[in-house]
Design a protein around this ligand. Structure first.
Ligand code: DC
Length: 236
């Protein structure tokens, strides 16, 4: 897993860059937050950036398919990433506004892949992501973090799980929070999101050759986090 260029002692002063990719619903955020907390690092879910921009475009009546208009909007916004949840997780704020709740709206989920396929948006968000990683001590997850944003990250992980298992987990989550849920619909939506991520022309989801692949189909999130921590500590 360690690339030949991997740094075995943090070169960025304060700590390592831990990069994670994987498909939707695989538990990257749960695991990433846990790993970051244990290491005393910050955690960021980069999907939130794409979702925040999607939400803002929908709010402002900007057509998400109009690539130039969405890039102009992204460039006008003031992007901030502020620590919350005990100081571990960096949450996205645009123009001073936290958007944690809004970005989970169904219309945002439905439109975010159009925004994620926009090359200008990806360039801009990649710059912001690299800036966040500059000082190290960060766990960052998304779809292209190990392959494009930080190809020389100190640690690279690719989390995977079968689409059936990811659908079952989502179904159980929704049921536990008293929300209506239909397993077959959730499964179909997961397959569609996989397709959008894998078929995207620019920076599609793929496994970096030097990433450690963890299949979590039969593992708990805690077990996945422990595996990652063992790997990080053994090389650190
Ligand atoms: O992880 P998520 O489903 O919340 O991500 C929202 C959207 O952003 C989804 O269309 C995938 C996309 N995304 C991406 O293209 N690259 C990333 N690094 C993170 C997310």
């Amino acid at each position: 897993m360690a690339p030949s260029t991997a740094r075995l002692s943090p070169s960025r002063g304060k700590g390592y860059i831990v990069a994670m990719d994987g498909p939707a619903g695989v538990g990257k955020s749960t695991v990433g937050q846990c790993v970051a907390k244990r290491l005393g690092y910050h955690f960021i879910n980069t999907g939130e950036m794409f979702r925040a921009l999607t939400w803002k475009a929908l709010e402002d009546g900007v057509d998400v398919e109009d690539q130039q208009a969405v890039v102009r909007l992204a460039g006008r916004l003031k992007w901030e990433f502020r620590p919350t949840e005990g100081g571990v997780t960096l949450k996205t704020f645009i123009d001073g506004q936290g958007v944690t709740v809004q970005i989970r709206e169904e219309r945002v989920s439905a439109n975010s892949s159009a925004v994620a396929a926009n090359p200008g948006v990806r360039r801009l968000l990649c710059r912001l992501q690299r800036r966040l990683g500059r000082r190290g001590a960060i766990v960052m997850e998304g779809r292209d973090i190990t392959t494009h944003v930080f190809p020389n990250a100190d640690f690279k992980f690719y989390l995977d799980a079968s689409a059936e298992e990811r659908a079952r987990r989502r179904y159980r989550q929704l049921k536990a929070s008293g929300m209506p849920a239909e397993l077959s619909k959730i499964h179909a939506a997961i397959l569609q999101r996989d397709l959008n991520d894998l078929k995207r022309k620019i920076n599609p989801l793929s496994q970096a050759a030097d990433a450690m692949v963890i299949d979590s189909t039969h593992l708990s999130m805690r077990q996945v986090a422990e595996k990652m921590l063992r790997m990080i500590r053994s090389k650190a």
